[in-house]
Ligand binder design. Sequence first.
Ligand code: BDR
Ligand code: CA
Length: 308
Amino acid sequence: MYVILDTDPGIDDACAIAAALNEPSLHLLLLSAVGGNVSVENTAKNALRLVEFFGKEVPVAKGCSHPLMQEPRHTAVHGETGMSGYDFPQIRGSFVEEHAVIAMWKAIMQAPEAVTLVAVGPLTNVALLFRMYPEVLTHLDRLVLMGGSDDRGNMTPYAEFNIYVDPEAAQVVFDTCEKHDLPVVLCGLNMTRQAVLTTGDFKDIDQLGRAGHMLASLFSFFYKASQTVGENLDSGARIHDLTTIAYLVHPEYFETKQASVMVDTTMGPARGATVINYRKPKNVTVCQSLDNEKVKVWLKDLLRRIES
Ligand code: BDR
Ligand code: CA
């Protein structure tokens, strides 16, 4: 499966990137960075750090620093750099020269088969891609994204971070996909709240060689930093973004329901909420639950194999 991963690393993004780079059934064409958890300067560097950490050749492109209509908003739980908790070596390589939106367009149009686009940050790059290069829509297989929720949010009572940061971009993306009948898989908070690595899992993962140690160190930081904000967990840390990659490889681990989705772009209290309508099912497959134990077994096996 040919994949592009649009991301704002971010510690759970780092785990998704680690899986996408190392899962044998996926062919990762490009990592495109967007501003989100931290500035795009940092998210792009973090993506490159991970590619170099795993000794891969996947290109990294730097994308949008600002949401379409509002100022950037970042979060502290991933630390100052966005991947605090582990000391990565100095970056050796560089980003591709083009803006991420252009790099995405080229990668999609040149791919030998339809590409699966995965987005785990604010949807700014993806919205611009759809607006600037609508021809990509017939060269995409589907869009799999982490964002939104069919119940409560984590930034406001109804808005989840990735959608809250750029609601206009999210509305462009959902609207375009619906009009073109492009399938969307939504890994929203209503499901990712069940996707947890416990502190016991951190210890297990820490034993799984260099990659496991790196991720366990990041997640330990994330866990402690999350204790200081609203959406904390005593038992461990949520692996929101990883669920998109797990879905690509093991859709059978997820329960889903078909829906149509709109985004609240008003300036009212629900700005950034995803309005998920199960009574008007259309092109969006909304994940309801996952088999967290099976996802963790898959992740641990993957990390174990990297070292062998
Ligand atoms: C999403 O927000 C970010 O902080 C995470 O990386 C994830 O993509 C969860 O709401
Ligand atoms: Ca993210």
